[in-house]
Design a protein around this ligand. Structure first.
Ligand SMILES: Nc1ncnc2c1ncn2[C@@H]1O[C@H](COP(=O)(O)OP(=O)(O)OP(=O)(O)O)[C@@H](O)[C@H]1O
Ligand SMILES: [Mg+2]
Length: 350
């Protein structure tokens, strides 16, 4: 049996409908009107122990609502959830013992007490044995670089510090399941990296099941083997990340640096059907090509025949392109998206 199992799970909210202005507010007070907003349509999801799942989709797709139901914060409108055999909403205490959760938008730490005291409270709440607590605390402090702020209260921490403390707090009791709702939102590159490495290590060493929502595609590429895409409350894709990449990514991209300008070659490449030239400068350019029409060596030899190549490299298909293709319902990327290619290239350089 899967560690997380959701069947026909759905959630609707009643949303107030107000007309604008003061008159509208009064009218609503006297004659309140509501409409039903379906945030999550009946969906099925099962996650095996040790999996790393990216749960992605546009704003308002229903990601956080799903995570809140899985963590037991929200009651489903219909359907069933079993997490390690437990109904998370009905057995909230038992469920809390087996999960860790980090919500990037708000902290779970006590605002006014030093972080290390928050940790110590969690130790009592979760009945963490002294030896386990010590070992985890020492390891987390080191891996997440927390010594400089562990004696400060949560209210004094920077966003990146707070997020690291939140992550540590969520994992002190060695939960087999970790839910992360946008854990890297607003963080700088180096803190993001630390957090990703930490999560990766926890998953590898303890086979912790990780379910992650994020808008940061780097998080997905670094951490997740499986990709679940939700849009307007329905799952539109569920499969392995590498599979979706190769299935949706028909374009490949090679970056070249040449020794001297080759205007004739540029003209030829730009005019070749099934190829797209993206020129960064006179000496640097990329060629996007249809992998079903050309091989990488076709493209490389075309360039090499005409002049000296200083450097070249194959760029992997960016997850940006893949996700956009899925959102748009395109099974194959068409070649006309030079802007997309250039952009994803720029990202992968960053
Ligand atoms: N408590 C609530 N009351 C009413 N509507 C809600 C409530 N929570 C969420 N919704 C609505 O449900 C839909 C899904 O919201 P949800 O927070 O799950 O989206 P999300 O996929 O997490 O988006 P984002 O990427 O912006 O975080 C939205 O239309 C939202 O307005
Ligand atoms: Mg959300």
């Amino acid at each position: 049996m899967s560690i997380i199992e959701a069947k026909e799970l759905s959630k609707s909210f009643m949303q107030a409908v107000k007309e604008p202005g003061l008159a509208g507010a009064f009218k609503h007070l006297l004659f309140p009107k509501h409409i039903e907003k379906v945030a999550v349509k009946p969906l099925n999801l099962s996650v095996e122990a040790g999996e790393t799942v990216a749960y992605v989709g546009p704003n308002g797709a229903g990601k956080s609502t799903t995570i809140k139901m899985l963590t037991g914060i929200l009651a489903p409108s219909a359907g069933s959830i079993s997490v390690n055999g437990i109904n998370p909403y009905k057995k909230r205490m038992e469920n809390a013992a087996q999960i860790g959760a980090v919500f990037g938008q708000r902290t779970q730490l006590w605002w006014d007490i030093p972080i290390v005291e928050s940790f110590s409270l969690l130790k009592d709440i979760y009945h963490i044995p002294e030896a386990v607590y010590r070992r985890n605390l020492d390891q987390f402090i080191e891996l997440l670089g927390m010594d400089e702020f562990i004696h400060l209260s949560a209210r004094k921490l920077s966003l990146g510090q707070r997020m690291r403390a939140d992550l540590a707090a969520a994992l002190l009791h060695n939960p087999p399941i970790l839910y992360l709702d946008e854990p890297t939102i607003g963080l700088d590159v180096s803190v993001k990296q630390k957090i990703r490495e930490f999560i990766k290590k926890i998953n590898e060493e303890q086979q912790t099941t990780v379910m992650l929502t994020t808008h940061d595609l780097g998080d997905i590429e670094d951490l997740c083997k499986r990709l679940v895409i939700i849009d307007h409350g329905s799952i539109i894709y569920d499969g392995s990340l590498s599979e979706v990449k190769s299935r949706f990514a028909r374009n490949r991209l090679i970056f070249f640096q040449i020794a001297e300008p080759l205007p004739l070659l540029m003209e030829q490449l730009a005019a070749t059907p099934g190829m797209k030239l993206v020129q960064q400068s006179e000496l640097e350019f990329s060629v996007a090509f249809d992998r079903y029409e050309y091989t990488a060596s076709d493209v490389v030899s075309r360039v090499m025949r005409q002049g000296e190549v200083v450097d070249f490299r194959m760029e992997e298909t960016g997850i940006e392109q893949v996700i956009k293709a899925v959102y748009d319902g395109n099974l194959e990327l068409n070649h006309a998206e030079s802007g997309e290619v250039a952009q994803s290239h720029a990202h992968s350089q960053a």
